[in-house]
Ligand binder design. Structure first.
Ligand code: B12
Ligand code: SF4
Length: 509
């Protein structure tokens, strides 16, 4: 390389209350996940492969004090020549606070940012001190952008980036999506030793995109309704690159969509053939269960837990978000997969237009009496920038400067008719106690006991996971309810309710 090797910190800054860099991490279900980020892994890997030798991943979730950088970590990061940040909407404020502090400490340092946050709100990131935003996939663009920054070269020829010239924001044309071949030939993600040691689950990104079209989702917007799967050889190689026996979460949005069944089958076969039979976790859709042979093959390869986006059991709501499956299809799929001994985690969205107090009551009864899934999450409809829902719905004023609230557990937009804001928020949290009721746990354990004769090891693994999910969810949601941050959020929602009631009183209609 022609230049002196720059020091590059590839960092993911945890979302915090009030968006303070290195501040208090919010009490929630996800931040505690011990799975490494594929995003920083991918960027670290491509930069190293491009010849940069001083690239360091900084993920404080794997540091001795969970989610906290020490003063010496901060000094080290702030001294780097390039700070490369991975952002979602949720960690925007804490990341931008880090940018402010970095620029104060190191005025000649440069910041580059990518991920779903900066990609959909490039102006916000650029106007807060970021030098270059990489929109979309970073494998090709990140090395080009870093090289240009280091060499002081013009940026206008690099596709897929945004930056400022003389105070004016420029958006270069989009970079084309990587082909399946390019994805399969991209440098391997790089995970440093401290992450390898501490992670409790590894992540392998086997595919990108989704054929679905859910109106609240960023994936279809980012990947333009395309779906690409890496070759079986590449997926097997990434799995092999993990620690022996480690459980693996495939982070693609769908392990086996209808048009890609053959490719998915080849992956499962290759894993079996390569003796990489591990505990796999993956996202699927309701159509997976219709291909029983494939489901059984994946089971043989080690697939243990599946995450299924059911979104709702109300057909009106499903129609309103353009979900391509009916509630009946999703429920049937769960039943089939449960019978075959899978741990099924359902993902629901609450507060979709079409939801009414009556449909929520039905949902509550469904969760209490009929729900056959093992576990689940009840996300609140959130208007993520760039999505159709994000374009339609306005964000409460108090939430506009609190990106951390975009965790789909805090309501940030007006609820459907028939609900107050605070009412819907409380309903969402309370529904978790219906989902994770003691009755549900006994039902789940009873269901899984059907595996005892055919596969006792799987049965005990299922029992352990059922109990863990039950205790963890109840504890986390319980503590979230009592958290001052959540209480403050509820107070803000009550004020919005009051204002809405007053406006209705004075409105002539
Ligand atoms: C896996 C995953 C998770 C896992 C994360 C596990 C882990 N440690 O990685 C779990 C289950 C914990 C999770 C939780 C949540 N998630 Co999530 N998750 C995903 C998912 C399915 C895959 C992400 C991934 O690993 N992709 C593979 C990597 C390689 O791709 P990538 O992240 O896009 O990175 C590429 C580019 O973006 C870019 N890039 C990224 N960072 C950087 C940095 C630089 C410097 C550069 C140059 C480029 C760059 O280059 C990379 C390579 O091409 C995405 C959906 C999706 N398909 O992307 C949602 C997604 C990221 N999640 C989302 C959300 C909302 C959440 C939750 C808030 C709620 C929820 N739905 O569960 C929580 C919050 C978590 C938190 N801590 O705040 C949204 C984010 C929307 C947004 N605008 O912010 C997404 C996009 C889903 C969606 N349908 O809209 N999630
Ligand atoms: S199925 Fe999941 S990933 Fe696909 S569009 Fe819907 S929410 Fe997004």
């Amino acid at each position: 390389m022609e230049y002196l090797q720059p020091v590059i910190s590839v960092a993911i800054i945890p979302p915090t209350e009030g968006g303070i860099f290195n501040g208090k991490i919010t009490n929630d279900v996800y931040t505690k996940s011990g799975a490494p980020s594929n995003s920083v892994g991918a960027i670290d890997g491509v930069l190293k492969a491009a010849g940069f030798t001083k690239v360091f991943t900084e993920d404080s979730r794997f540091y001795p004090e969970y989610g906290k950088f020490t003063q010496s970590d901060i000094r080290r990061i702030f001294q780097s020549d390039i700070l490369a940040l991975s952002g979602t909407t949720r960690n925007t404020d804490s990341s931008l606070d880090a940018v402010r502090q970095y620029k104060q400490t190191n005025p000649v340092g440069k910041v580059i940012a990518g991920g779903f946050g900066p990609s959909f709100e490039p102006e916000k990131w650029l106007l807060s001190g970021v030098d270059v935003v990489v929109r979309g996939e970073g494998e090709k663009t990140a090395p080009l952008a870093v090289k240009a920054i280091i060499n002081g070269e013009p940026l206008e020829y690099i596709k897929g980036i945004s930056y400022q010239i003389n105070g004016e924001v420029k958006h270069n044309e989009n970079s084309p999506l990587l082909t399946e071949q390019e994805l399969s030939e991209a440098p391997f993600p790089f995970y440093p030793e401290y992450i390898k040691k501490k992670r409790n689950l590894h992540t392998v990104n086997e595919s990108r995109g989704c054929y679905g079209n859910c109106k609240f989702c960023c994936v279809t917007v980012a990947y333009k309704h395309t779906y690409r799967m890496k070759t079986p050889e590449r997926i097997v190689a990434e799995v092999r690159d993990s620690k022996d026996g480690e459980a693996i979460f495939f982070t693609g949005d769908n392990l086996a969509p209808r048009p890609k069944r053959a490719a998915s089958r080849q992956v499962a076969e290759k894993l079996i053939e390569s003796k990489l039979i591990r505990r796999y976790l993956a996202q699927i859709d309701a159509s997976f269960a219709e291909d029983i042979e494939l489901v059984k093959l994946w089971k043989k390869a080690g697939l243990f837990a599946v995450f299924q986006g059911k979104e709702s059991i109300n057909s009106e709501s499903l129609k309103n978000i353009s979900k391509p499956f009916t509630a009946e299809e999703s429920i049937k799929s769960t039943e089939i997969l449960r019978k075959l001994g899978f741990f099924v985690h359902d993902m629901f969205v609450v507060g979709i237009d079409g939801d009414t107090p009556k449909t929520i009551e039905n949902f509550k009864n469904f969760l209490r009496k009929d729900n056959k899934s093992s576990s689940g999450q009840l996300l609140i409809l959130t208007p993520f920038p760039g999505t159709p829902v994000g374009d339609e719905k306005s964000i409460f004023e108090f939430a506009q400067n609190e990106s951390n609230l975009f965790d789909a557990q805090h309501l940030v937009t007006a609820p459907p008719r028939g609900f107050t804001c605070s009412g819907l928020q409380e309903t969402d949290l309370d529904l978790h106690f219906d989902l994770f009721s003691n009755r549900h746990l006994s039902r789940t354990l009873f269901y899984d006991s059907r595996q005892l004769f055919s596969d006792p090891v799987r049965a005990f693994r299922l029992f352990a996971t059922d109990i863990f999910a039950h205790v963890y969810a109840r504890k986390t949601i319980g503590s979230m309810k009592n958290d001052p941050y959540y209480r403050k959020h509820l107070k803000n929602l009550r004020q919005v309710d009051k204002k809405m009631t007053e406006e209705r009183k004075i409105s002539p209609g």
